[in-house]
Each structure stands twice: as structure tokens, then as C-alpha cells.
Design a protein. Sequence first.
Length: 331
Amino acid sequence: MSNKELEPLSDPGLPAHAHRKADHDEAAAKRAERQVAILFMLSALGTVLFIYSYIWIAQDIYVYVPIIGTSNAHQLFLGLGLTFSLFFIGAGAVHWAKTLMPDEEVIAQRHEMRSSDEDRADLIASVKENAGAAGLGRRTLIKRTLGLSLGLVGLSPILLLRDLGPLPSDDLTKTTWAEGVHLVTDPGNRRLRPEDLEVGAVAHILPEIENPAERSLNDVAKDAVLLIRMRPEDFRLDAEKLSWTYQGIIAFSKICSHMGCAVALYEQQTKHLLCPCHQSTFDVPTGAKVIFGPSARPLPQLAIKVSEEGYLVAAAPFNQPVGPSFWERKK
Ligand code: FES
């Protein structure tokens, strides 16, 4: 909009424009400037509280808060820090605009959608002129505290990137499975002997760990295995993969090699495993080769054997990453 089209408001039907105190009283303007600076400082303190809570307040500390009751201190102070940091930046900007930025009521004449080149150049000049009038150059206290609060608030999302965890391509190469780790039922946490599974049966399996209550969801997602029993003569596997089975029992990672859903539907008649997400279908007798759907590779097979006590155990870790394969694989 061209400055030429902005005319001072002089409609006799409207009340006269009331000027603010800071427009003609330098002491009031200084006071308003300090108030804006305080609001930006509060925002900066909010971000510091957020960062402090994220790094130094343990996740298992609880505090009592009137009205809402017992709360997790880590979550509570993270939330308060982020709220203060964003709220006070907004409050400072609004207060700055209401008390110190140019306060002039004008009538804007309507014009065609696209401005002429002359008007566009005029706009740029006007923006530069009004940026100066907003006092950013002159009011150094506001400029510095605004810079501090904006600079700090930008740190919060960077900090949260850490919560995304390790890169999947690295993380999925490591599971709890290792030679001698017992296979236990999920749920139930019960060790299995080969005779516990009839031909055609399927069991949902996790690796045995000392304290199952401490098993993280991340580990459950990576370690989950399906155990299937078939007649040994039904396998069509090469010698190596056949040696990873035990008397017709075969184990596969349960994480779909397409996008990581749980492959949990076993069709006993066809001996197919089906992923419910995008219908990838894996053929168990041939080592879970993909026979339909978007998945690009078989489900990783876990080598199993029987321990001296007669329980099913892993014979080795997975020999390839489990889960989706849409990134570059190292193996
Ligand atoms: S996640 Fe299994 S087919 Fe897509």
C-alpha cells in the first residue's frame, strides 16, 4: 500500500484519536520500554527453565501441586518453561506494539490487487522507514532482550531432537538376542521346550532378561519374534537356514520389513505370514520370502537350538538388521 493512499483519519463521524501517554511523555516511553524488556527477559528465563528441566530434573521425581495433585516434576517444569518462554515473547511483542510502535489511524483506499512497481518500491521504503520508527535501532534494551529471548526459544526444538532417539539404521542392528538367550512367551515370560509347540502352532516370543519389568518398549519392538512349528519336510530352505531351525520350529523377526508393523497373522493352511498394514505376505517354508505386497526382503530369521536343559534358546544374534529396509543397509 502506498503512503499516498494512507490519509490521516478525519471522518467527523468517528471519535477523535486518543494518543497514548508514551507518545508525548518520554518518561512513560522509557517505562514502557523497561516493561517490554522485562517481558522478554521472563521469556528467556522460561527457556532456561525448559533446558534445565530437560537436562537436570530426573524423570522419576514427583512433586505435589495444589489443585492438580501429584505431578511428574520433569514434565511439569518442561511444560511451564516452554509456556513462559512462548507466552512472554508474545506478551512483550504485544506490549511493545501497543505502547511504543507508531500509533496512527489512517484510511486505506482500496486499489487493484497488484500494486504498481512504483507502489511496491514505495512499500519497501515505507517498511524500512517504519522499522526505524518502531525504535528497534534506537531502543537497544528492547533489541537486546528480544534477541536474547528469540535466540533462546530457538534452542527448545533443537533440544527435543534428542528425543527422536538413535538413527534407525544403527539401532535396528542391535537386539537383545545372543547365543544362549532363552526364548520366553509374550505374555507369560515362560521358557519353552520344543514339545510345547504342536505342528501348526504359533507363539509370540521375547528374549529372556533378568528383570522383565525393566524391558523397554524400544526393546520389545525390536526383539519380538514369531515362533512357528511346521513339519520339517515342509521346509524349502538352503542348508544354512535349515540349520537355524529345530525339529520343524522356525523363528522370524515379527517386525515387518516394509514399514515396521507387527506381522502377526499366520495362515496355517497356506503357511503364510501376513502383515495387516499393507498386506505384505511372507512364505514361511521358504524362509519368509515375500510373495505379495510392498515389502522388499524376507523377515530376518533367528537361528535357534535347544539348551542342555531342553529349552529353546537363540543360537546366534540376528545376522541382519530387523525392521524396515528403506534406508541404506550396512549388511
Ligand atoms: S508395514 Fe508391513 S506391509 Fe507395510
